[in-house]
Every structure is written in structure tokens, then in C-alpha cells.
Design a protein around this ligand. Structure first.
Ligand code: GLU
Length: 501
């Protein structure tokens, strides 16, 4: 069989069936196709395989498109909907009958069932016995299917871009059905008709389709089309080495979005599931496009590792532009915020806070959670039960005194500060910050060390309640930076709550 000409422009497609949400195995198939197209300046097409009208649902098609858009895996041409092309597939099957590559089969399902059993009894694969293959007379009015006329002998060879040379015996292929008795095309027919019409050069898909490939190769040949190159991607398994379950990550790509994963982190993770480029773990999109190669995709299944995905997400959050992270917060997590807090997120000070939080979190949702109390006007709810002093009245008394001292000393530093903030465009309201008064985070560090020494407490013990009062949380962005940056009226009001703890 002839192979697609290597000089052809690369054209690939992602062809999901809308019978469920786009899960991560599908995303990986889309990604590898997209990377290959981008790498070769080729075309990436989206084809919705909705020929099974009972199981296909519009909401899943919408989910695919929304997920691919979010991931940035954009298709280059109008999507193809197979459900709208049923007539085309029937015409193509008729054409194959006329040209001697297919035939009508009038055997009933029950009869075919008996033939298959008979074949098994004879120690053969369960197959249709080709009774109608050479039948001359037409049985007018009887229901029929259309079957492919597969050569009885010989074999089909191809070199999979991942698995290397593969051979299938024609005798094992059966005269498979192209058009069912209700007129619906089978997967193998509609795929090939569309691959031919859209001039696909490479078929990159899950290895659950490997047994379909020799059948489809015959069909390409029947349609006089050079056989595309194939790459069958190994499965993604759960940590238990079994089929990936929902609990382990076989969920819609949208779920990852809602949890605060960045699209580039999810793609980086999926690219590395089965593919490697030396020891490198973290890839930008352009690096993935540059380095991706089927030569380095492993043949065996890859195992899903949720911890690694989280780690990669943290790495991509660290290197993301803070403006973009803020956009994501506003777009996907605005429901976390009150409306005054939301307006604060949109200011330059809001953006500055994002830059402080971003090195500390692994999920955008976490970033949003940390941003909420910082941007909320007034004081925040605190839960003192986690504090070390909670069961130590002695320590509590010492720390309360120390924090009063902090408040007193810092108030002094603010004396004489102008009532209008000088911090330029970072402003929230009118209160200046300690930073505006020249007290940097480094100065703040020195100041807290001095206070902790003075009161005979550990710096960490002093910072714990200060952090909780200021941010409402036990974990936050750099405390000294926040103390220097946030408007003094907010810092003061929050630290003053020490008396109520
Ligand atoms: N609709 C098939 C699937 O979702 C596509 C297989 C192919 O790419 O040919 O598995």
C-alpha cells in the first residue's frame, strides 16, 4: 500500500465522539495532534463524530469546544459534524459497491450470530461467513447491510510512528459492516470518508483503535487515497495500573479549570505522560511544539500522577504573568469575592498582591482564596484555635503585649504621614502604607526581630498571630511585604483585634 507523500502539508484531526465530557485521555490525543500540526506548520482539524445519534449529545460537543478553547488547542478550519453527513457516507458506500469493493448482505442478525458461533466451533475467529459476497440476485425489499469486500488472503503492513512495524492478516479482518440495516454508517466508514475528504496525512489517536487501522487501510485504498501515517498513543492508567477512574483524574478538562489548574500546566503534564525530552519536566508551550517527537513517545501505558500535576501547576503559576493570573481570578473565581473586594483586585495594589501570592500557591483557586481577605475591606474573621498560644496562656500574654508594642511603634512611624497616600497608583482609599513612609519589607523584618528579642519570644511565634490577624489565614504571602504594602488603616484595624482573641 502506498503511504501519504512525505512532501504533503501535514494535516491532522482530533475526532472525539460526543458521548461524554472531554476527559484527559482525549485532551492528550488532541494535544499530540495539535503539537504535530504546529511543529510542521500544518493544519489541525476538529471533527465531531456524532453518528451515533442515540448516545451523542450536544452538551458534550459544547464541552469539547469550550475545553479546547480554554486549553488553547484551536482548530484551523470549520469543525466537521459527522451527524450532518450521513447521506454522504451512504453515497460513498454505494460507490464502493459499484466499484466492486463492497456488497449488500441480506443475512439477518440472527443468521450472522449462528455463523459466528459456527466459526468459533471450527476454532476460527467469530466471523461472518461471506455468504452474500458473490451473490448475483438482489433481494428487493429485504433489509440489508453493506459490507466491505476484504481480500481473502494476504496481509496489511504498516509502520506505526510509536510502535514500529505492525502486520494484520486479511483473513482475520472479516467483511466488516460499512452501513447498518438502518442506513447509519459504521465508525470505520465515516472516519475514512472524512479523512479522505479532508486530506489527512497522519492519524494520531488512542491505541484502543489499533484493530480498526487495517480495516481503515483497506478503505483508504478502495477510495484511491494514499494511506496516512499512524501513531497509536498508549493508554493513560490510574495509579493502580487499571483503567483511569473518575477519582484518579478521568474527569472533564473543565473540572481542572474549576480547580485552578492552568491550561499550559495540564498540557505539560499530559505531554509528559508517555513522552520525554531528556530529563526536562517543565515545558512552555513553545518548547513543547519545538521538541515534541513521536520517536520519544513510549509504547507502554503511562500512569496518571495527580501530585505531579499539582507540582507542575505550581511551577507554571510561578512563571505566569501576574496580569494573566489576575484575569483568571476575575474570570473563573470572581464568586469568591464581595463586590468591593472584587474592585480592589482590579487595582494596581490588587495586582501587586497577586505577584506576592503567586510564588506560594499551586492552584489559581488558592491564589484567589488568599486574595479574598487581603482585598476585603475592614477586618477579617479569624480562628485562633490553630495558634500555638491557644493552649498556652503564658505565651498568649507575652505575644499580646508584643503585638501591642508592634502597634504602638508602627503608629509612631505613621505619625506625621500625609493623610493622602503618596504610594501613587497602588492606592486603595486614602490611607498611606508603612511602605509609603519609607519602611520596606526588609526594614519590617528587622523591626520584628527586634520586638521578638525585646519580648523574649521566637520570631516565628510572633509572626503567627500577626499573620492570622492580617490575612485571616495561617499561610499567606510574605508577611513583611504585606505589612509594608497594605494601607496602614487596614493593618492597624486588623492588628488591633489582638485584644479580642
Ligand atoms: N471518535 C473516535 C474516538 O473518539 C476517534 C478515533 C479516531 O481518531 O479515528 O475514539
Amino acid at each position: 500500500m502506498t503511504n501519504a507523500l512525505s512532501s504533503d502539508r501535514v494535516r491532522v484531526r482530533f475526532a472525539p465522539s460526543p458521548t461524554g465530557f472531554l476527559h484527559i485521555g482525549g485532551v492528550r490525543a488532541a494535544l499530540f495532534n495539535w503539537l504535530y500540526a504546529r511543529q510542521h506548520q500544518g493544519d489541525f482539524l476538529l471533527r465531531i463524530e456524532d453518528t451515533d445519534q442515540e448516545r451523542s449529545e450536544e452538551k458534550f460537543t459544547q464541552d469539547f469546544m469550550a475545553s479546547l478553547r480554554w486549553l488553547g488547542l484551536m482548530w484551523d478550519e470549520e469543525p466537521i459534524f459527522q451527524g450532518k453527513r450521513l447521506e454522504v457516507y451512504r453515497e460513498k458506500a454505494e460507490e464502493l459497491i459499484e466499484r466492486g469493493f463492497a456488497y449488500r448482505c441480506f443475512c439477518s442478525e440472527a443468521e450472522v450470530g449462528v455463523m459466528r458461533e459456527q466459526a468459533m466451533k471450527e476454532g476460527k475467529k467469530p466471523q461472518y461467513n461471506r455468504r452474500c459476497r458473490d451473490r448475483k440476485e438482489a433481494s428487493v425489499g429485504l433489509p440489508f447491510v453493506i459490507r466491505a469486500k476484504i481480500p481473502l488472503e494476504g496481509h496489511v503492513d504498516f509502520t506505526d510512528m510509536i510502535r514500529g512495524p505492525i502486520r494484520f492478516e486479511n483473513a482475520d479482518l472479516d467483511d466488516f459492516v460499512l452501513i447498518r440495516s438502518n442506513g447509519a454508517p459504521t465508525y470505520n466508514l465515516s472516519v475514512v470518508v472524512d479523512d479522505v475528504e479532508t486530506r489527512m496525512t497522519h492519524i494520531l489517536r488512542g491505541d484502543d483503535h489499533i484493530n480498526n487501522t487495517p480495516k481503515q487501510m483497506h478503505l483508504y485504498q478502495f477510495f484511491n487515497y494514499p494511506v496516512p501515517q499512524f501513531a497509536h498513543l498508549p493508554m493513560i492508567l490510574g495509579p493502580d495500573k487499571k483503567k483511569l477512574s473518575k477519582r484518579d483524574g478521568a474527569v472533564s478538562a473543565n473540572v481542572y479549570r474549576a480547580e485552578g489548574y492552568l491550561p499550559e500546566a495540564l498540557l505539560n503534564f499530559l505531554a509528559r505522560l508517555g513522552w520525554s525530552h531528556g530529563d526536562q519536566e517543565i515545558f512552555s508551550m513553545s518548547e513543547m511544539i519545538q521538541y515534541f517527537s513521536f520517536n520519544h513517545v513510549q509504547k507502554s501505558s503511562a500512569v496518571f500522577n495527580a501530585e505531579k500535576l499539582l507540582w507542575l501547576n505550581g511551577a507554571h503559576i510561578r512563571s505566569a504573568k501576574s496580569e494573566r493570573l489576575r484575569e483568571i481570578v476575575l474570570e473563573d473565581f470572581s464568586h469568591y469575592f464581595s463586590s468591593p473586594a472584587l474592585s480592589r483586585v482590579q487595582t494596581p495594589l490588587g495586582l501587586h498582591l497577586v505577584t506576592l501570592i503567586q510564588p506560594k500557591v499551586k492552584l489559581v483557586a488558592e491564589l484567589a482564596q488568599q486574595l479574598v481577605p487581603l482585598c476585603t475591606p475592614g477586618t477579617v474573621e479569624v480562628d485562633a484555635t490553630d495558634l500555638k498560644w491557644y493552649k498556652d496562656p503564658q505565651l498568649k500574654a507575652t505575644l499580646q503585649a508584643a503585638i501591642q508594642n508592634v502597634l504602638g511603634s508602627l503608629s509612631k512611624k505613621m505619625e506625621g504621614a500625609p493623610h493622602v497616600r503618596t504610594g501613587g497608583d497602588l492606592v486603595w482609599g486614602t490611607s498611606p502604607s508603612l511602605g509609603d513612609q519609607g519602611m520596606s519589607s526588609v526594614d519590617m523584618d528587622g523591626f520584628f526581630r527586634q520586638i521578638s528579642e525585646q519580648h523574649g519570644v521566637k520570631l516565628g511565634d510572633l509572626m503567627q498571630p500577626v499573620r492570622l490577624l492580617l490575612t485571616g489565614r495561617m499561610v499567606s504571602a510574605g508577611l513583611f511585604e504585606l505589612l509594608s504594602l497594605l494601607p496602614w488603616d487596614l493593618v492597624q484595624a486588623r492588628l488591633a483585634k489582638i485584644q479580642t482573641l
